[in-house]
Design a protein around this ligand. Structure first.
Ligand code: FHN
Length: 475
């Protein structure tokens, strides 16, 4: 807290003393060459406790962006704004008063937690992440700490309880998205320029902490918190707070999983600290992008890619024709790539203001689910197989059975998949998953084999289960 003495030190409300101090802390090198940090990661390396193992096994999740922005859906006074629908307030220059008035229209009478959960389950999602509060500041749960919440809409009911209960009963792990950045709260500041800013932000920190504890207390099934909106200077200058917040939340809920966006370190570095080490339980910087598929360095940490179906729409937008819409095979390839590099794939959905998913989303969910029915052995519980990425697609390895899979996206015109393994290994058997058909093999080189595909038209990706044996010559 800012005390009276500090205030006196800075009577002109110039650069606040406390703010100065944080910025000016000088990096100190330790004997091992690393920078000394008081607020770095809580631990190093991958967490190996059951909760985190489950997160890793899940591999595929559903992201849901839902809030007041879902009502106008990117259209304001007859004009369509192409930028992300959840940013409509800014794109259309809507006053805070008018935007906040949308609260009186939020009445998602079509929302049905069980139907949502059953759609997600049929798609094959093992976890879900719901926006409890996006940047607009509106809270989907009845919060003791604000009036800008579901309780004060025509809907009134605690829809988050219905949501959390329904998904948990369906066996889907629930995660809650929380934007720290808040366009509604009077104490939110992007930069702390004056003593007033510092004091306001102290109140904002208390509010944030209270709300997060409230969420964990109200919804005991929740497995983790997914932070966002932490890129402003105010947050970077509060590494100590984000560190203590992570400690506190994990004490409240042992096993809690938080993404890397929560944290800043002593010097304002986010996601990764000043030594390049990950803060939080998984790297969540892969937003609408994937790592290079040949990059094996990503396998050192847990990570997740969150992805939209259109180019940049998280909340419901009425017009999806404005940009490219990813098709099911394109999304499946992203899921496969994530699994092959030890990452999770979180696919976004944006229901409308009434609580209805659009037809395209329902179709894609159904198609992914159909594929998963046959092929999910190559996804759930899978990890980096330790094998070189090749042109036909992605290798994954099931961490429990040790089985190695090829997820094939590119079929050569020759119908011959050229598969390269390390020198000591060779393929003894290859089976098409689903139909179980054994595929013919033709040894090509000491460590290369052609897997011969039946010549036909392949319209969706498929999976081949491999049996590998040690190559005698190199033993
Ligand atoms: O601005 C948001 C955006 O609306 C969306 O919530 C994504 C999800 O990762 N996060 C922010 C941008 O990083």
């Amino acid at each position: 807290m800012v005390n009276a003495e500090q205030k006196q030190l800075d009577p002109q409300y110039g650069e606040p003393a406390q703010y100065e101090q944080t910025k000016k802390k000088k990096p100190q090198k330790l004997a091992n060459g690393k920078i000394k940090l008081d607020y770095g990661p809580l631990y190093h390396g991958k967490r190996q406790d059951p909760a985190m193992k489950k997160w890793r096994e899940n591999r595929f999740g559903q992201f849901i962006h839902w809030g007041l922005y879902s009502i106008p859906g990117g259209v304001w006074e007859g004009k369509t704004y192409g930028y992300a629908a959840e940013f409509l307030k800014a794109s259309a220059g809507i006053s805070t008063e008018r935007w906040n008035g949308l609260k009186d229209e939020f009445n998602p009478t079509e929302f049905n937690g069980k139907e949502w959960a059953s759609m997600a389950k049929a798609m094959g999602a093992k976890y879900v992440c719901l926006t409890t509060k996006h940047h607009e500041g509106f809270c989907l749960w009845p919060s003791k700490y604000t009036e800008f919440d579901i309780e004060n809409t025509p809907y009134q009911k605690d829809l988050m309880k219905e949501f959390v209960d329904a998904y948990s009963e369906a066996g889907i792990d629930v995660y809650l998205y929380y934007s720290v950045l808040d366009w509604y709260h009077p104490d939110w500041r992007t930069k702390l320029k004056t003593m007033d800013d510092v004091e306001a932000f102290e109140r904002f920190k208390t509010f944030t902490q209270n709300q997060l504890v409230e969420l964990l207390e109200r919804y005991p099934q929740v497995k983790g918190l997914w932070f966002d909106g932490t890129w402003d200077q105010c947050w970077k200058d509060n590494g100590k707070f984000s560190y203590e917040l992570e400690v506190l939340l994990k004490e409240k809920r042992p096993g809690l999983i938080v993404n890397s966006r929560l944290r800043a370190d002593d010097f304002g570095k986010r996601h990764r600290d000043s030594n390049g080490d990950l803060m939080g339980d998984f790297e969540s910087g892969y937003e609408r992008r994937l790592p290079d598929p040949r990059d094996t360095s990503v396998t050192k940490n847990d990570w997740e890619c969150c992805m939209t179906i259109p180019e940049n729409q998280w909340g419901y937008h009425k017009d999806w024709t404005l940009t490219h819409q990813k098709n099911t095979n394109e999304l499946l390839e992203m899921l496969a790539q994530c699994s092959s590099q030890g990452g999770n794939f979180l696919l976004n959905f944006g229901p409308n203001g009434k609580g209805v998913f659009r037809a395209e989303e329902k179709r894609i969910a159904r198609e992914i689910g159909e594929w998963m029915k046959t092929n999910s052995a190559a996804i759930y519980g899978s990890d980096y197989a330790g094998l070189k990425k090749q042109d036909w697609g992605y290798f994954t390895k099931n961490t429990k059975s040790g089985e190695v899979y090829m997820i094939v996206f590119n079929v050569p015109i020759s119908y011959q998949l050229r598969v390269e393994l390390p020198k000591h290994q060779t393929i003894s058997k290859a089976n098409m998953v689903g139909i179980g058909q054994e595929l013919q093999l033709e040894k090509f080189d000491s460590n290369e084999t052609f897997v011969l595909l039946p010549p036909k038209s392949y319209t969706s990706p498929f999976v081949i289960r491999l049996e590998l044996k040690a190559n005698k010559k190199s033993q």
